[in-house]
Design a protein around this ligand. Sequence first.
Ligand code: PEP
Ligand code: MN
Length: 346
Amino acid sequence: MLIVMQAGATNADVRRVVETIESLGLKAHPMPGANRTAIGITGNQGAVDPSPFADLPGVGECVRVTRPYKLVSRELKHDKTVIKVGDAEIGGDVAIIGGVCAVESREQTMLTAQVVAEMGCRWFRGGAFKPRTSPYAFQGLAEEGLKILSDVRDQFGLRIVTEAVDEPALDLVERYADVIQIGTRNMQNFSLLKRAGQARKPVLLKRGMSSTLEEFLLAAEYIMSEGNYQVILCERGVRTFSNHSRFTPDLSVIPAVQHLSHLPIIFDPSHSTGKRETVIPLARAGVAVGADGLLVDVHPYPERALCDGPQALLFDMFRDMVAQVRAIAEIVKRHSEAHSAGAAVK
Ligand code: PEP
Ligand code: MN
């Protein structure tokens, strides 16, 4: 059930509805929109009886939500959600999150951050905790890596996106990062999703490599149902019979998500393809289909990378990609924040 307030409803009207929902042992999720506030109700097992709300002041209508997910749905919030960290946004202009796959050393990370900042990008990615297929592979620098990322923020003004692989890691990531990344292998780790929902920082949720659109949106619903409404979705390729690339980028999920949900969705051409030479063409395609941003691996010397070297762009390739993506963003009537090249360099 969702309660749509009238355009002229006051804060006191909204509060009254919220209190009424809570008095029934249910959870209220007020979502202010451009014109009206909608209030989602969760915690109910069966259908919610609208009669306690129907006559409260300011209430417009009580609407049954027909989808299994509620808070992520456009039925609840028609206007697109824009995630803001300071003056950097995801969900407005096309956002480019460039950086290293794994933070391997201060030098490798700083060199990469310099290039990302010089291109006018506002966001930096880098894993301090790495989910690896082999237990013997490099697992990340953990808190030492987070400290390096914090220095990237101080030195270049870039906002930090980094993965939390489990709950103890999330406690640390929440302290150091600007955006908490939940990886593909954890998309249905429900206790981790709930913990991310209790965090007060935006969450970047990557699609499970074998998950359907509905499973993806329900994973986001887990985070939102705990009260964290700042969720960014990320398509990163799915498993198919096709074996010429690491995964198969499912670009058609981007407009499908945008139709069903108000949440922003970005695209990761690096993990999708696994090959440096296919990253730029797919990045172009991602922006062309309307992705709200890109998440891209870059490395100063990928032949020596400890993680995902074959998919990391060289610096000149990254510069090229940003230029190409900017041009495409203009054509599809979006701007790329990378517009103001150099603006973010402090
Ligand atoms: C990553 O972005 O570093 C990563 C591990 O990606 P994924 O979870 O999509 O494999
Ligand atoms: Mn990687």
